[in-house]
Design a protein around this ligand. Structure first.
Ligand SMILES: CSC[C@H]1O[C@@H](n2cnc3c(O)ncnc32)[C@H](O)[C@@H]1O
Ligand SMILES: [Zn+2]
Length: 427
């Protein structure tokens, strides 16, 4: 008996109407007219079936800080606004409440994998398991004290303990998160690398986000950021680098050669005025590129459909080439490349792949007439068209109704945080 049967959806990547049968979280049948019994059946006639999105760089609990400090460059935004607020308000409860808000928004826009970096990540692990979404989790490691730890030794010991506690979990997995080359010195970065290799972990880090960072790392260490990380031994397949906006051409080839991954966050880079990453050039050179929104306080949402559309249009505009990134490639970057980067077999609708899927309702005026579903998903669809979301075979949203989160409660709690935070800002 199947656990889930999705009947009669059009699968654009196959160009056919098919049924999809799922058992134990995995797609086992993709065929016409499946008659096998199923515990749960979704009638999907007239809808499009796609893989779900992998949001590969975010700080979901920052959803509670959304809208604060708009229109500042990165370092002013962080140092004058965000870090003082985080030091005042971030607590396990803040992280939990922010995670619920962020995860609810992520599911409603079709995401089933989030790569997160923040504080008190054990709270996010609990929320993710309750709700049924995949999250890669690590707390930020910095060369200065935060609420997580005070010294390098303490950060590394806690990171090891955190990783060991989460090993073997189903939906959540531990990652090491040195914040950036400008907040972690070379000794910390080398030790993080050693720990990652010992424990078999990914490293998730902000890299070369602004021109200021690019120039100051070069001044301080005699090498531009990517070359500097390579010099320290970090540039390897387990390195997930967020942003990578500023690179020399030789560094781009080095990333491809070493197999490190780029987590591209175009909307955050635009909003903070950080620049435009040369993503079509990365892809041409064979770099593994994934897509992320960054935190919802610098974007200011977790909408991967929007992010995908922004990515493609920026590359067309900057290069003057309308084929710089085509729609099927954009979809692949936002789905399959993300899952693949962390070794999750999802992102394709094939037997043997994890059942991480979305159904898209095409009845909206903005999707009429529907000639090219993949191009129209990238260029015309809105996240409100996403009708159903399935993560590892579990239905997290159906007919736009969240199945595992109380949406009204999440909004109520967010308002309470707003009142507290506003009081502080006004005083
Ligand atoms: C210590 S946990 C993560 C840390 O990162 C901060 N952050 C959020 N967005 C960005 C960004 O775009 N670049 C660098 N750092 C960022 C966040 O506020 C947390 O303090
Ligand atoms: Zn970030």
């Amino acid at each position: 008996m199947l656990d889930l049967l999705i009947k009669g959806a059009y699968i654009p990547q196959k160009g056919k109407v098919l049924d999809v049968g799922v058992k134990d979280g995995v797609i086992i049948r993709v065929e016409e007219g499946i008659e096998e019994e199923a515990r749960y059946t979704i009638k999907a006639e007239g809808k499009l079936l796609f893989p779900s999105f992998a949001n590969m760089h975010t700080h979901i609990s920052m959803s509670l800080l959304r809208g604060i400090g708009a229109d500042l460059p990165l370092m002013d935004w962080l140092q004058k606004v965000i870090w003082p607020l985080e030091s005042e308000f971030v607590s396990p409860q803040f992280v939990r409440d922010g995670a619920l808000l962020g995860i609810a928004e992520a599911i409603k826009s079709g995401t089933t994998l989030l790569m997160d970096m923040y504080f008190f990540e054990e709270e996010i692990a609990k929320v993710a398991k309750e709700v049924g979404i995949r999250v890669g989790l690590g707390f930020g490691i910095l060369d200065f004290p935060t609420k997580v730890a005070k010294t390098q030794e303490e950060y590394l010991a806690r990171a090891r303990e955190f990783a060991r506690n989460l090993k073997g979990e189903d939906l959540v997995f531990p990652v090491l998160c040195p914040h950036a080359p400008y907040t972690c010195g070379p000794d910390t970065l080398r030790k993080v690398k050693a720990l990652a290799d010992e424990e078999g972990l990914y490293i998730h880090i902000h890299v070369s986000e602004t021109l200021h960072e690019f120039q100051s790392i070069k001044e301080q260490y005699g090498k531009t950021p990517v070359a500097y990380l390579d010099h320290l031994g970090l540039l390897a397949p387990n390195l997930l680098m967020a942003h990578v906006v500023w690179t020399e051409p030789f560094e781009r080839d080095l990333i491809a050669h070493r197999g490190a991954k780029v987590l591209h966050c175009p909307e955050s880079n635009l909003k903070l005025g950080s620049g435009i990453a040369p993503v079509s050039d990365y892809l041409k050179r064979g770099v593994h590129v994934c897509l992320g929104t960054d935190g919802p306080a610098s974007n200011d949402n977790l909408d991967m459909l929007e992010e995908m559309s922004t990515m493609v249009k920026l590359q067309k505009g900057v290069t003057g080439d309308p084929g710089a990134i085509d729609a099927p490639t954009a979809l692949k970057v936002a789905t399959q490349m993300g899952f693949q980067a962390v070794n999750i077999k999802a992102g394709l609708i094939e037997p043997g792949y994890e059942a991480d899927l979305i159904l898209v309702d095409t009845s909206g005026l903005h999707l009429q007439p529907l000639y090219d579903p993949i191009a129209q998903l990238v260029y015309s669809a809105k996240s409100s068209d996403i009708d159903t979301v399935v993560c590892k075979g579990r239905v997290l949203m159906e007919k736009r109704e969240l199945k595992t989160i109380d949406e009204e409660e999440v909004k109520f709690v967010a308002k309470r945080w707003k009142e507290k935070i506003l009081q502080k800002i006004r005083n």
